[in-house]
Design a protein around this ligand. Structure first.
Ligand code: HMG
Ligand code: MG
Length: 291
């Protein structure tokens, strides 16, 4: 059964400007990224992930995140999230952040060792050691922290991932600090059965109110996976406007589930999001034109 603290409000975490654009072949001009983020920020979205402070050799598409932070127009009530793997990334963020803007720092690990090596060039335990000082610095600076766990059902290198491995990865992050955990089906291979089984295990000791679902749509199962997650009590989902997305270090990862499709689904089921679908459709047109 669902967690009693969850409500009929579904919180959408827009990841298109980061998870979407990081996977584009060409580098998108900063002005285009900022135009997309500023349009999204007028839709009622409360969380927009705008970039990452990772190695520019690994993900050149995100190398200009510092400029994105300084050039976007902050909208009231919007929290701007950035992905940070290590203290080098934290220092880049600190140098670029603008006073008075509300930010969130997202740290990330994998539930599988194969993807950890491919994405972060280190083991899961080493990734946690590298992100721990980032989490401490963020909390000391009053910046909220979110944690991603990737490959929650399948890994492109190790194959099917056991639900217990996901629960262990969740605990590795929660042992660092309390944070919302976003459970990533990185390569979109999850099905309502595998996602449901994974959630049953994780929910044994993490409340649904502390979890978000992050579904890529390779297998066309993302909406069905959101439905099963809603049934289990989750009320936060990541999505990318226009279905942009993928992960450069996860072969086969296509776009994230499209924000406009998630809105259709959850509004149709009677949930509120506070997000205006018309503006999201405009943003989807803008996003597709940038590719
Ligand atoms: P490494 O090569 O092992 O790191 O990479 P290193 O510490 O040996 O450093 C190598 C070089 O990178 C050095 O520069 C560092 O200064 C620099 P050099 O001396 O060669 O000139 N460096 C940095 N530069 C800028 N920012 C930094 C940084 N750190 C080191 N933060 C590292 C390790 C973590 C850096 C690398 O593996 C990396 O950047 N990985 C990020 C990969 C990535 O961004 N993947 C996509 C995001 S995750 C995702 O999409 C999944 C998600 O959506 C959820 C889901 O779908 O499951 C979140
Ligand atoms: Mg992703």
């Amino acid at each position: 059964m669902g967690d009693p603290r969850v409500t009929d409000f579904v919180r959408i975490h827009e990841v298109g400007p980061r998870d979407g654009l990081q996977n584009e072949k060409g580098v998108i001009p900063v002005a285009d990224k900022v135009a997309l983020i500023d349009l999204l920020s007028r839709s009622g979205l409360r969380d927009i992930e705008v970039g990452s402070f990772v190695s520019p050799k690994w993900v050149p598409q995100m190398a200009d995140t510092d400029q994105v932070l300084t050039r976007l127009t902050p909208a009231p009530g919007v929290r701007y999230a950035v992905l940070i793997p290590n203290m080098r990334g934290w220092e880049g963020f600190i140098a670029a952040r603008v006073p008075e803007v509300t930010y969130e720092v997202a740290v990330f690990i994998s539930a599988s060792e194969g993807f950890s090596q491919s994405n972060l060039n280190c083991s899961i335990a080493e990734a946690v050691a590298r992100l721990t000082p980032v989490v401490r610095a963020a909390l000391a600076a009053d910046v909220t922290v979110r944690g991603y766990v990737s490959c929650v059902t399948d890994c492109p290198f190790d194959g099917p991932v056991a639900p217990d491995a996901v629960a262990r990865a969740c605990h590795m992050l929660l042992d660092v600090a309390p944070m919302q955990l976003s459970l990533g089906d990185t390569i979109g291979k999850g099905t309502p059965e595998t996602v449901g089984r994974m959630l049953d295990t994780v929910l044994k000791d993490v409340p649904a109110s502390g979890l978000a679902g992050h579904f890529h749509d390779t297998g066309g199962q993302a909406l069905a996976n959101i439905e099963v997650s809603l049934d289990k009590g989750l009320r936060a989902f990541d999505s990318a406007v226009g279905g942009l997305g993928g992960c450069p270090y996860a072969p086969g990862a296509p776009g994230n589930v499209a924000t406009e499709a998630v809105l259709d689904l959850v509004h149709g089921l009677g949930f509120e999001t506070g997000v205006d679908p018309d503006i999201i459709v405009q943003a989807a047109v803008l996003a597709r034109g940038m590719r």
